[in-house]
Write a protein that binds this ligand. Structure first.
Ligand code: HEM
Ligand SMILES: *[C@@H]1O[C@H](CO)[C@@H](O)[C@H](O)[C@H]1NC(C)=O
Length: 506
């Protein structure tokens, strides 16, 4: 669950209509309650919008990161917009973005969630959505020590090795069945990644589970839908009342039913999985699992356990697949760069299969990873941060209660910072003016104390997969796929699943 910007991504006319109706009904109250905050002189420039609804209608197209970048041309690297009653400060440059995430962290460390996210996360009961408080510190330490930190990732190496060898085996079978056909890369990768996520969270892969509350047995595919696909869709469902706190009393029951259903399905499925796993733990099995470690904290409620274990499943299953798919797309599209990577692998590994031990020597591979994060950032806008006390950014006054949207997409497409930013060119990180630390200039994982906890896992899985794929096979795009760089969904997934021709190298 890595991008909570969904509340801006709404085009449904029916929602706009109910919004209008709501506003009409509330007209009188609005006048009373909508006391104008008196404007301070040194706030960032504001993009003009309509009374009450602010800039909402201007955000109708589904790609707010692009609209935001366009506004920056006129209003500069830091400006404000209004989404209904809330003020959103948009940051368009690496410098102010770093200032917000690192230097001013103490004033901007929490998050305000949309209604949908509040329901789906059992009211912030996960690492990524919690406020920066004792709970956050406790569970972040737990997730880093037992699952996502460098030491823990070493322990979990076996899961990644199995994932890679399964993918290669499945690829072999697919090629054998249809040597001249294209391979659906997304299916190949995502199934095995989900398997790995289940093992990390619950200590074992699960083929099916009986869920008493639903009165049926769910297959692995059902699990994937209930735990990953539906909540990702739900996360960007808009309750227009989010924008108008003074209209909270207007019912929106159809919307609410839909989200509650998603949340409760997820809840009962997680409950069944957790109960099943607790039984195994009693038999001494599956002890190296995130759940086991959470249970040992002893202070967490059922809601906490369910949300925290689910968090790992959804976070592990999505962004890593998105970034690997983009990398393979670019390598298939750019045969020269694919050859360069293949040559590097031959030079470092000779006739051995690439393993994680080789990764530190595979510099070009590392550049491929970071350049893909730059050009196709899976999280184009950092999950909104909430300003809980007055502060300053880029020399402007930022009032408490505002929210901050960091537009990573814009930071990474800026001509001043990156030559020919549209080009996917891993070599840029090897050239003279760039240093090793520049790899992190993309801020793809955020920055500061709330930076992504899973970056090591994402790097290991993505890099070892790419390396094995390129070592064993030549990759070529299907005709007509060269310019398909459109994105969709919360995490900037490729619009169409990548289908590629794959040819064994020998
Ligand atoms: C390429 C893959 C990934 C990208 C681009 C990514 C990106 C991000 C970003 C931008 C944030 C927000 C940081 C902020 O607010 O400053 C974040 C937070 C987080 N991510 Fe990731 N992520 C990735 C993979 C993962 C994986 C594989 C996991 C775990 C299995 C994970 C777990 C988390 C957690 C727990 C947080 C919350 C950290 C906190 O609030 O303290 N991420 N991620
Ligand atoms: C905002 O981002 C866009 C896209 O990277 C860039 O072209 C533009 O120069 C930036 N504007 C400012 C004022 O930073």
């Amino acid at each position: 669950m890595d991008a909570f910007i969904g509340f801006l991504q709404n085009t449904q006319p029916v929602v706009l209509l109910s919004m209008a109706v709501g506003l009409l009904i509330a007209g009188v109250f609005v006048v009373v309650f909508h006391g104008r905050r008196h404007l301070r002189s040194n706030e960032p420039p504001a993009v003009p919008g309509l009374p009450l609804i602010g800039n909402l209608l201007q955000l109708k197209e589904k790609k707010p990161h692009q609209t935001f970048a366009k506004w920056a041309e006129k209003y500069g690297p830091i400006y404000s917009i209004k989404t209904g009653a809330s003020k959103l400060i948009v940051l368009n440059s690496t410098q102010v973005a770093k200032e917000a995430m690192v230097a001013k962290f103490s004033s901007i460390s929490t998050r305000k969630l949309s209604k949908a996210l509040t329901i789906l996360t059992c009211d912030k009961k996960m690492v990524a959505t919690s406020d920066y408080d004792d709970f956050h510190k406790l569970v972040k330490r737990c997730i880093i020590t037992n699952l996502l930190g460098a030491g823990a990732q070493k322990q979990l190496r076996g899961h990644r090795d199995v994932m890679v060898s399964n993918m290669i085996e499945n690829l072999e079978t697919t090629i054998k069945e249809n040597p001249s056909g294209a391979v659906n890369f997304r299916d190949l990768f995502k199934d095995e990644l989900f398997r790995l996520a289940l093992k990390e969270a619950l200590g074992q892969d699960i083929e099916s589970i009986y869920v008493p509350e639903l009165g049926k047995e769910l297959t692995k595919k059902d699990l994937y839908n209930v735990l990953v696909v539906d909540p990702m869709t739900g996360a960007i469902e808009v309750d227009w009342r989010d924008f108008f706190p003074y209209l909270r009393w207007v019912p929106n029951s159809k919307w609410e039913e839909k989200i509650q259903r998603m949340a409760s399905n997820k809840y009962v499925v997680m409950k069944a999985l957790i109960n099943e796993h607790k039984r195994r733990i009693q038999h001494g099995e599956g002890t190296n699992s995130y759940l086991k470690h959470l249970l040992s904290l002893e202070t967490l409620t059922e809601e906490h356990l369910i949300s925290l274990v689910w968090e790992v499943i959804i976070e592990a299953s999505d962004t890593t697949a998105v970034i690997t798919e983009w990398a393979m797309y670019q390598l298939a599209k750019n045969p020269d760069r694919q050859d360069r990577l293949y040559d590097e692998i031959k030079e470092v590994c000779g006739t051995e299969k690439v393993t994680e031990e080789h990764l530190p020597q595979l510099h070009y591979l590392n550049c491929v990873f970071h350049e893909t994060l730059r050009r196709h950032s899976p999280v184009p806008i950092v999950p909104l941060r909430f300003v809980h006390e007055d502060t300053q950014l880029g020399g402007f006054d930022i009032p408490a209660e505002a929210e901050i949207a960091i537009n990573l997409y814009a930071c990474n497409m800026n001509k001043e910072e990156w030559a020919e930013p549209d080009e996917w060119r891993p070599e840029r990180f090897l050239e003279g003016t760039h240093e090793f630390s520049d790899l992190y200039k993309t801020m793809a994982f955020g920055a500061g104390k709330r930076a992504c906890a899973g970056s090591i896992q994402a790097m290991l899985i993505t890099c070892i997969s790419i390396a094995r794929f390129v070592q064993g096979y030549g990759w070529r795009l299907v005709e007509g796929d060269e310019d398909k760089v459109d994105t969709v969904q919360l995490t900037a997934q490729r619009l169409q699943p990548l289908c590629v021709y794959v040819k064994p190298r020998k």
